[in-house]
Design a protein around this ligand. Structure first.
Ligand code: KG4
Ligand code: ZN
Length: 327
């Protein structure tokens, strides 16, 4: 839950984390996730408003993720937002999860003197557990998909490696940590489509290649670190190469990298180096805004509600949906 204004300032945020619940299963169990949302949501709203001393009178509207995602979880959020909107007589808006990630780079905890949201065109790389998409954003709300993964998302590739190595959950963070002690040049993992001039990506070959290397072997600590570092390097190499090529092709000067994988320390460093070398302006969300959070959904809502957009009470959740107009 978060309270955000349309300039990108986060006035309050409280999270409910389910990692401990899902850890024994090595991944998110959809049914359990929905039930936990049901238990956590209303107490969290009360806590947020009480601790931040923000009253409902100060809140102009409600934003909620309605697509894409696990339908059980989406329903809980959607029903809660609709009920509150009805009871409080406030507008509400269903938001695309990935638009939230794209705008998360504009979130700020500090008071702002002006809007933190870019008005000029920019490139956005959204890299999460379910998405690896490159968008050309000519303005907020207008996104053209340049390319995406044709199979696994980058976050999924990180999670699968962590599972294969048995190094813990959440996988991406564990690989990132382990990689810091490893040699990124030790193993030559595939970098699919890296030389091709389209913007699609593929990470399933990388995963199979790691599987072949690891399968049936007793791994020493150093080898695990070297595999993590080399595997991470292959993913980052592909992402940065595609990003850099798109920046040049479209003559852009601004870029955002967002989504759970944008928390990756190697990706952040390489993106900063690229920005410095080419004179690009780069927005990387603060770590707490990289992984899923309510502030990013609130910012999309605040911007769209300010433009007069609003959803109907009949709005449905969608497991899959391309980034496009509100449904
Ligand atoms: O955006 P997010 O919180 O949820 C989705 O919408 O999917 O992203 C979660 C993904 C997971 O696959 C997780 O392993 C990955 O982000 N992730 C990382 C790191 N932190 C989280 N991947 C690489 N390095 C990290 N430090
Ligand atoms: Zn996400």
């Amino acid at each position: 839950m978060a309270v955000v204004n349309s300039w990108g300032q986060v006035l309050a945020m409280r999270n409910a984390n389910q990692d401990d619940t899902h850890r024994p299963f090595g991944g998110v169990v959809p049914e359990i996730a929905g039930r936990r949302h049901m238990e956590d949501l209303l107490p969290l709203i009360d806590q947020l408003l009480e601790e931040s001393e923000i009253s409902w009178d100060e809140i102009q509207g409600l934003a909620v993720t309605n697509r894409p995602g696990l339908v059980g979880s989406l329903i809980v959020g959607l029903v809660t937002a609709k009920s509150l909107a009805l009871a409080l007589q406030k507008p509400f808006l269903g938001v695309h999860h990935i638009e939230g990630h794209v705008l998360s780079g504009f979130l700020s905890d500090e008071p702002l003197a002006q809007s933190n949201v870019w008005q000029e065109p920019f490139l956005a790389l959204a890299v999460s557990g379910g998405h690896t998409h490159l968008y050309h954003c000519s303005s907020i709300g207008t996104y053209k998909e340049l390319g995406k993964t044709v199979d696994d998302a980058a976050g999924e590739a990180f999670d699968k490696l962590a599972k294969m190595l048995g190094i813990g959950y959440p996988g991406g963070l564990m690989v990132d940590r382990q990689a810091q002690k490893g040699d990124a040049k030790k193993y030559a993992f595939p970098r699919s489509f890296i030389k091709e001039d389209h913007y699609n990506m593929s990470f399933s070959g990388l995963k199979s290649s790691a599987h072949r290397l690891i399968h049936g072997k007793q791994l020493e600590e150093q080898m695990i670190s070297d595999i993590c570092a080399s595997y991470q390097e292959a993913i980052v190499d592909v992402l940065i190469t595609k990003l850099s090529r798109a920046m040049k092709e479209f003559g852009l000067k601004k870029m955002v990298i967002a989504g759970g994988v944008s928390a990756n320390s190697r990706l952040r460093r390489c993106a900063q180096e690229l920005a410095q070398k080419e004179g690009y302006e780069l927005k990387l969300p603060a770590l707490k805004y990289c992984t899923d959070n309510a502030a990013m959904i609130g910012l999309v809502g605040a911007l769209r509600l300010a433009q007069g957009e609003e959803s109907e009470q009949s709005l449905a959740p969608h497991a899959r949906a391309p980034l496009g107009p509100t449904e």
